[in-house]
Design a protein around this ligand. Structure first.
Ligand code: KG4
Ligand code: ZN
Length: 331
């Protein structure tokens, strides 16, 4: 049995996981920095990298303990080397390279987006290629044709904000702390999704794409007209309606792509795919098989990095120790 150590520090979560070559998760530790960044209303890169530096060795130790193995029993090290914040990426990559050198174990740099894209495969053995991989996170909103490991084509993406970013910015308007997505989901449970209408963007030239800037401006103008009492009274309706508009836009893209490509399934990933409203709407509206990662694997985690790293390693072998971090790494 092979054991793969995954390390993920691309943004604000310090995450380490150990999985086996059959996809069994032996440990999956995540130390979130949300409370620190909530104070500033978003991620402060310098704060994020300092926190990674404090946490990385503690989280690695915890992952080994939970898996019940020593570091010598690791067979492969997989680490996110992009896209993300350079300072944050460097902490994980340098730590992983040092471990690889000291333990004399192979290492592979992993694209964070490939981690998300393949994450639904970890618990859905019946998900077959080719599938429509939908990454909906704080940094990305991309619809990809996933033909095989390493064979990905972008079919549609956002023209401005990522959908998680749009939810977080909407949250800021209402004073909901960062990251707002999960809190909006909770508040929306008490609201009416049809209380306010945020119209679909008009995209030119028949391009299949998303855009959240119009919705953001509309909600911002609406809330500006409300006094604090009204804002509080309408909070649940605003959350439910804005969330609905974001999710419906995602589903609209699926409806446009479905007749054009021979997908065998539709697989969501990324933080926003943890949203139950999205899950309900997708299952209800889609005729073909819909897959989601387990909720813990939707948001950033290192099990998905270990998994994607192992798949790439099987195809291409390890990388040499001088591979770089690339903040704008593409798939
Ligand atoms: O994938 P992720 O953990 O990090 C990135 O790679 O960006 O995604 C984080 C994003 C944030 O914008 C957060 O507000 C959103 O995912 N998010 C959610 C939920 N959980 C996280 N959005 C809606 N509903 C949720 N339950
Ligand atoms: Zn992510």
């Amino acid at each position: 049995m092979q054991r793969i150590l995954g390390v993920e520090t691309s943004c604000d979560d310090t995450a380490v996981s150990i999985i086996t070559d059959t996809g069994e998760i032996l440990s999956n530790i995540l130390s979130s920095q949300d409370d620190f960044h909530a104070k500033y209303g978003g991620i402060v890169p310098e704060v994020a990298s300092r926190k990674h530096l404090e946490l990385i060795s503690i989280v690695v130790r915890e992952a080994l303990e939970q898996a019940g193995i020593t570091q010598n029993e690791i067979d492969l090290i997989a680490v996110t080397h992009g896209p993300g914040l350079v300072g944050s990426l460097l902490i994980g990559v340098d730590y992983a390279k040092t471990l690889s050198y000291l333990l004399d174990k192979p290492i592979i740099g992993v694209n964070h987006l490939e981690g998300h894209l393949l994450s639904p495969r970890l618990f859905n053995a019946d998900l077959r290629f080719p599938y429509l991989g939908i990454i909906v996170s704080g940094g990305h909103t991309q619809f990809m044709m996933v033909e095989d490991i390493g064979h990905y084509t972008v079919l549609a993406e956002t023209l401005d904000d990522a959908c998680g970013e749009a939810l977080d910015k909407f949250g800021k308007i209402l004073g909901i702390p960062y990251p707002a997505g999960p809190k909006i989901e909770q508040i929306a449970l008490a609201g009416n999704p049809n209380a306010y209408t945020f119209s679909m963007p008009k995209i030119r030239d028949k391009t299949i794409a998303l855009s959240f800037s119009g919705m953001k401006t509309a909600v911002s103008l609406l809330v500006q007209k409300m006094d604090p009492e009204e804002k509080e009274k309408n909070k649940a309706d605003l959350c439910a309606s804005f969330q609905e508009a974001v999710m419906k836009q995602i589903l609209h893209i699926i409806q446009q792509l479905k007749p054009l490509y021979p997908f065998s399934g539709i697989a969501f990933s990324g933080g926003v795919s943890a949203n139950q409203r999205l899950r309900d709407l997708a299952i209800h509206q889609s005729l073909r098989q819909v897959y989601f990662p387990s909720r813990i694997l939707s948001t950033d985690n290192a099990a998905m990095i270990a998994y994607a790293g192992y798949q790439e390693y099987l195809l291409h072998g390890p990388m040499s120790l001088d591979f770089p971090v690339i903040s704008r790494l593409e798939l």
